[in-house]
Design a protein around this ligand. Structure first.
Ligand SMILES: N[C@@H](CCC[C@H](N)C(=O)O)C(=O)O
Length: 280
C-alpha cells in the first residue's frame, strides 16, 4: 500500500492514493495506520479517490474529479476536515493529479464541495460559512466551560477559557465531557484565549482542540473556522479576518457573507510503502 505523510500546522495525515476505489479501508486498518508506535502515525487518513468511484462522492462527480475520504485516527469517518482538505490538495498538486492555476478548483467531501487555491507557499480552502447554534458546555476536570455550538459541516463547541486560567494548563489527555443530547455523534471542542495582535487581521486568538475521533491534535482547520465565527460574533461583526494560533502554527480564517476561507501551510513530508498485513 503506497502512502504519503503530510501535515497542515501539525495536524498530520496519512494519505492513501486509491484513484479507483479498490482499497478495502476498514476502521481497524485506519486505526492501525494511524497508530504512532506500531503504524505510520497520524491524526487521520485521507484516501484520495475519484469522486465517481466512491459511493459518497458519486453525486458530486460532475462537479469535482476527486473525493476526500477522510477518517479520524480511531477509525471513524467525519464529514469534513479543513486541514485535511488543504493537505489533500497539496498532494493532488504534487502528484500531478491537479494542475495549479490562478482559479480555485473543487474537491468533493462528505460535507459537499470545497474549493482550493494556492496562495504562495500556503493553501487555502473555501468551505461553507460556519453556522452558529446554541449554547452548551464542556466539562474538563470538573470545570464547566460554557461555549457555543458551531456547525462547519462537522460539529464544534467553542469554549473561551476564563481569565486567569492558562490555555497551556488545560489537561487534554482525557476527552472533555459534552452534552450527548446536543451532540449525539460527538463534537470537536475548541478552547480559546485572546491571541497576540501581530497586525493585519480583525481578530487574534489562541486555540487548543480536543478532536472527536482523534483526541488532542496540534491544529484543526474546521475548528479554526468555528472559532473565527464566534470571535467575529463577539466583536459584533459578521465578516472579517481572524488569525488563529494553534500549537502547530498559525491559520488565517476569512469569513465573508457567503463562505469561509481557511489558509495556512500544507506540507508533504514523506512517501513510502507499507504492508497492510504488517499493521493489523
Ligand atoms: N482536524 C480536522 C477535523 C477532523 C474531523 C474531526 N475530528 C471530526 O470528527 O469532526 C480539521 O482540520 O478540520
Amino acid at each position: 500500500m503506497e502512502f504519503t505523510k503530510g501535515h497542515g500546522t501539525g495536524n498530520d495525515f496519512v494519505i492513501l492514493p486509491d484513484p479507483d476505489g479498490t482499497l478495502e479501508l476498514t476502521p481497524d486498518l485506519v486505526a492501525a495506520v494511524c497508530d504512532r508506535r506500531q503504524g505510520i502515525g497520524g491524526d487521520g487518513v485521507l484516501r484520495v479517490v475519484r469522486a465517481a468511484r466512491h459511493p459518497e462522492g458519486a453525486a458530486l462527480a460532475g462537479a469535482a474529479e476527486w473525493f476526500m475520504d477522510y477518517w479520524n485516527s480511531d477509525g471513524s469517518v467525519a464529514e469534513m476536515c479543513g486541514n485535511g482538505a488543504r493537505v489533500f490538495v497539496r498532494y493532488l498538486l504534487e502528484a500531478g493529479l491537479a494542475v495549479p492555476s490562478g482559479a480555485a478548483f473543487p474537491v468533493a467531501t462528505r460535507a459537499g464541495l470545497v474549493r482550493a487555491r494556492v496562495e504562495g507557499e500556503e493553501l487555502a480552502v473555501e468551505m461553507r460559512r460556519p453556522r452558529l447554534a446554541g449554547a452548551s458546555i464542556a466539562v474538563l476536570d470538573g470545570l464547566a466551560l460554557p461555549g457555543t455550538a458551531v456547525d462547519v459541516g462537522n460539529p464544534h463547541l467553542v469554549c473561551p477559557v476564563p481569565a486567569g486560567l492558562e490555555l497551556a494548563a488545560l489537561d487534554l489527555n482525557r476527552a472533555p465531557e459534552i452534552d450527548p443530547v446536543i451532540f449525539p455523534t460527538g463534537v470537536n471542542v475548541e478552547f480559546i484565549t485572546p491571541g497576540d495582535p501581530t497586525g493585519g487581521t480583525d481578530g487574534y486568538v489562541r486555540m487548543r482542540v480536543y478532536e472527536r475521533g482523534s483526541a488532542e491534535t496540534r491544529s484543526c482547520g474546521t475548528g479554526a473556522c468555528a472559532v473565527a465565527a464566534v470571535v467575529l460574533r463577539d466583536a459584533g461583526r459578521d465578516t472579517g479576518v481572524v488569525a488563529v494560533d494553534v500549537p502547530g502554527g498559525r491559520l488565517v480564517v476569512t469569513q465573508t457573507a457567503q463562505a469561509c476561507w481557511l489558509a495556512g501551510p500544507a506540507v508533504l513530508v514523506a512517501t513510502g510503502e507499507v504492508a497492510a498485513e504488517a499493521l493489523v
